[in-house]
Design a protein around this ligand. Structure first.
Ligand code: NAD
Length: 346
């Protein structure tokens, strides 16, 4: 398994492989870049088919965090951690404490947080063995779940994308397909409904999507059908790699803007979307609301209005990206990467 020659290596500063015999921990922490600050990024627990898959995932995600934090104007670098395990079967307090010790050994260069397969309760257990944990809640008794902020950021991003891509200011009557109505997707769907959008929803969890569709007067389609839905906007809020070359060819929507990380199955897909006149809001720009809120939680001066104002600046960043993309006739994905690198260098 090549590391320095891995296609996703991208000059990572540090990659740590950690194990603990007693708890069965097998983990990788990837620190991509700490020039702007400590590398903050979530801990994912997933039953990867191979170590190579786990390495690819952690490298790609940690680089994404560097770019996300740079464009969200946060004093943070990019990192990520994965544990190769099934969260439903293998997640024990011993495993999480062992992970905490691994995080602690890095002395604060990496700060961990929730991601898929981990919860706020897990972060509290990890906190028993390291201080370098974020997302433990704003004040005692309050949830540390950042998804409402992520959803608000995606909503602001979507409004800008609709203005650039469809020439519309209002969301009244806009047809939006939301793929995945979990933590972020459900908040986003409610905000879009309140703004007058007509929703098409899909989720593997039929009960969740059924209840939400009834509440919002939305149409439900199968997980397969959502990609072909006749809508103006496609909002991927489920999993990554949903924008494949095939989807890029067949998508009806003119705008793609959602919360999922790593939406592009490969970088070329962004170019194909661009050629087809489909405006893609780069995922790590649109979904930065959560990390913005998590960063504010780390400081003593947490003020909800200030956090919301910071999240809303996502709209300004995207506005700049779309404007530069139009002027230079380049895809927004390339412009976003370029802007992130400029901020890292500057
Ligand atoms: P979640 O697990 O709460 O929700 C995901 C939902 O997608 C679930 O309800 C699941 O059943 C559904 N789903 C899975 N596969 C599907 C499919 N093929 N078709 C339709 N639905 C499917 O996760 P979340 O916290 O809402 O995050 C959603 C996405 O946004 C993830 O990709 C996550 O990495 C990303 N993200 C989340 C945050 C956050 O603050 N939670 C921040 C940044 C990025």
């Amino acid at each position: 398994m090549p590391v320095f020659d891995h296609p996703e290596f991208d000059h990572h500063q540090q990659i740590v492989f950690g194990s603990d015999e007693a708890s069965g921990l097998r983990a990788i922490i990837a620190i991509h870049d700490t020039r702007r600050g400590p590398a903050l990024g979530g801990l994912r627990i997933y039953p990867y088919a191979s170590e190579a898959d786990a390495l690819t995932d952690v490298l790609r995600l940690s680089r994404g965090m560097t770019y996300k934090s740079a464009l969200a104007d946060l004093p943070l670098g990019g990192g990520k951690a994965v544990i190769i395990a099934d969260p439903r079967r293998d997640k024990t307090p011993e495993l999480l404490r062992a992970m905490g010790r691994l995080v602690d050994s890095l002395g604060g260069r990496y700060i961990t947080a929730e991601d898929s397969g981990t919860s706020e309760a897990d972060m509290r257990i990890i906190h028993e063995t390291t201080d370098h944990v974020s997302g433990l809640g704003r004040r005692p008794g309050e949830s540390g779940d950042p998804s409402p902020y992520t959803a608000h950021g995606v909503f602001c991003a979507l409004r800008v994308a609709v203005r650039h891509g469809l020439g519309r200011e209002s969301l009244e009557g806009l047809r939006v397909a939301v793929q995945g109505v979990g933590h972020v997707g459900a908040h986003l769907a409610r905000a879009l409904h309140a703004a007058g959008a007509q929703l098409v929803l899909s989720d593997l969890n039929r009960d969740a999507v059924g209840a939400l569709a009834e509440e919002l007067g939305a149409t439900i389609v199968t997980p397969e059908a959502i990609l072909a839905a006749d809508v103006d906007v496609f909002a991927p809020c489920a999993m990554g790699a949903v924008l494949t070359p095939e989807v890029a060819e067949s998508l009806e929507a003119r705008v793609v803007c959602g919360a999922a990380n790593n939406q592009l199955a490969s970088p070329e897909v962004a170019e194909r979307l661009h050629e087809r006149g489909i405006l893609y809001a780069p995922d790590y720009v649109a979904n930065a609301g959560g990390v913005i809120e998590v960063e504010w939680q780390r400081h003593g001066d947490y003020r909800r209005e200030a956090v919301m104002a910071h999240v809303e600046r996502i709209a300004d960043t995207l506005d700049e990206i779309f404007a530069r993309a139009t002027t230079s006739q380049t895809s927004p994905a390339i412009i976003a990467d370029r802007l992130a690198r400029e901020r890292l260098a500057g």
